[in-house]
Design a protein around this ligand. Sequence first.
Ligand SMILES: [Zn+2]
Length: 286
Amino acid sequence: MERIRKRKHSSVKPPKSTTIAAVGPPFLDYLRPTAEECLSVRDDLLSHHGFPQEFLKYRNRRMRAKPYQNTQQLPEEDGEEIETVLDGLVRTVLSQNTTELNSERAFASLKKAFPTWENVLAADSKCIEDVIRCGGLAPTKSSCIKNLLSWLLEKKGKLCMEYLRELSIEEVKAELSLLKGIGPKTVACVLLFNLQLDDFPVDTHVFQIAKTIGWVPPIADIKKTYVHLNHRIPADLKFDLNCLLYAHGKVCRRCAYRKVDRKSKEETDGNGSCPLLAYSGCSTVT
Ligand SMILES: [Zn+2]
């Protein structure tokens, strides 16, 4: 029997052919990191740096939101407004390939120029580009945001993504991976920070650390590292470990740089302490 799949005609750009959710673990025989190692690294980084201030509000929110599932309404925070999922997603899109400072400026500038998402959708792309230019890649990010808003209006009839709070991790990944410009790291950040779900985003710092301490095989690229680490790291450690590794990667010159950079940094830094280098000698490369 021939099946004919009808497709809705849409002004929104078509979905990508692959979804994040469809990708399976790439290195099933590679047995690092172990659960014990993850716990040990978490504890070592906690005692070395303390929990990073920048992520404290998200950590407190997760603790208040437990149990994660079946939480219809997040508890009140201390006078602080909880960021909407849509705000969080756009903020994360603006953070791609730029510094935190520049992406924060771009987001604030966007909100100031266009107080509502309806205003953004109605605005000319060039106007959006102008107000987010300080965050870099303005044409790409402007197009991504407009495309997201158009898709949302068409799909849900309103510019609101709170419905994602009712979905599972895999459902959120499948939903968002349909959108152009929304990659695995962006989705993982929204899962972790806006939806209080357990995922493990891999940015360049986390990627380099994972390579240095042998948590992935040398051939792993950033996408496979994301899938592998999500497969290996226990769910209840993902949030803490991700925040700690990210923060460590921003300050450590011994484990978070590419090989060529690391060599030169090691020469200048001498024996600067890094609690993670103790883990680099136990690689089980296959
Ligand atoms: Zn380090």
